[in-house]
Design a protein around this ligand. Sequence first.
Ligand code: GUN
Ligand code: ZN
Length: 375
Amino acid sequence: MYELIKRDGMAKRGRLTTVHGTIETPVFMNVGTAAAIKGGVSTDDLRQIKTQVELSNTYHLHVRPGDEVVKKLGGLHKFMNWDKPILTDSGGFQVFSLASLRKIKEEGVHFNSHIDGRKIFMGPEQSMQIQSNLASTIAMAFDECPSSVADKKYMANSVARTTRWLKRCKDEMARLNALPDTINPQQMLFGINQGGIYEDIRIEHAQQISELDLDGYAVGGLAVGESHEEMYRILDEVVPHLPTNKPTYLMGVGTPANILEAVDRGVDFFDCVYPSRNGRHGHVYTNHGKMNLFNAKYELDDRPIEEGCGCPACRSYSRAYIRHLLKAKEMLGMRLCVLHNLYFYNTMMEEIRDAIDAGEYKAYKKRKLEGMEQK
Ligand code: GUN
Ligand code: ZN
C-alpha cells in the first residue's frame, strides 16, 4: 500500500508498505545485480549505510545460480540474508542490453545467454515465474526497451506489444500469488512506461497502463543515450499522466543531479549502478563534487573523504590510506569507496525527504546542486 504523505510542487514524499517493511520515498535502491552489491558489500554493510531497498536482476539470477535453486533455498531474502524489501527487474532490459542473437516475437524473446551461449526463452509468463521463485518484494513487468533512436513506427508497435505483455504479466502474477507453494504471495507488480523520445506515444501508453491498477509505475527507456535535458522534458510530459497515489520509478537513473531534478518532476523511486561502479574505480561523491582518489594530490591527505560523513570509510580512514589501498589493489580500497558512495546517495535521499517534509524542496535542490558544482 502506497501513501502519498506530502507534495511540494511536483515532488512526492511517500511511504510504501510491503510484507518486508516500509519504504520511505523518495528512495534510492542499491543495485545488487546478481544478489550482491559489487565491491564486496555485505548485507550487514547495507544495514549500516541506510539502505532501504536492494535491487537484483531476473535475467542474471535465472542464468546463475538459477531461480529454481534460489526457490529451493527459501527465496532471495533468505538466500542473501536481507529481510528488507527487494525489487527485481524483469529481465526485459538486460535481455536487450546483454544477450546476443535476440529474436523478439509476440510470445516473448529468444536469445543466447551471455555466460555460456545457451538458448533461453523469456516472455511475460517466464519473467513472472522467475520473479515469483526469487520471491522479491516488487516484481517489474516484462517490457521491451527499444533503442532510443528507433523510428516512430517501430516504437508504436513495440509499445503496443509491451502493453499486451503487461496484461499477461498481471494475469500470471495473480495466478502465481494464489499457488500454495509461492514464497511471497503478496508480491507486488510495477508496470513500465516506454515510448522513447516520442511524447505522444509515451503519454498514450502512460494512460493505458494507469488503468490497470498496478502497485507502481516506472518510466523506462531513459538514460539510454539521450541528453539530460531531453530526459527532463520527457519526465515533464509523462509523469503527470501516471497516478500520484502510486510509486513513480525512474529506471536506471542516475547522477545526484539527475535524481534531484527527477524528484522535482514527481519521481520517487530510483536505481543506478553509478555509486557502486564509480566507487570500484576510486571515484567518490562529496557535497563539493566528485573526487578521484587515485589523484597524486591525496598522497599525504589525512582527512576523510568528506568531513562529517558518517559512513564506515570516513569514520575510520583517510584519503591517503584509501588511495594507497586502491593503488595497491587491496580489496578494502574499493569496498570503502563503494560504501561511502552508497551512504552518500542514501543520505541525499534522506535530505530530500526532509526538505519535502519541510516544504523547502526547491531551495534544497538549488543549494545541493550549487555545492556539488564547486569542483
Ligand atoms: N532499467 C533501466 N531502464 C529500463 C527499462 O526500460 N526497462 C527495464 N525493464 N529495466 C530498465
Ligand atoms: Zn563517507
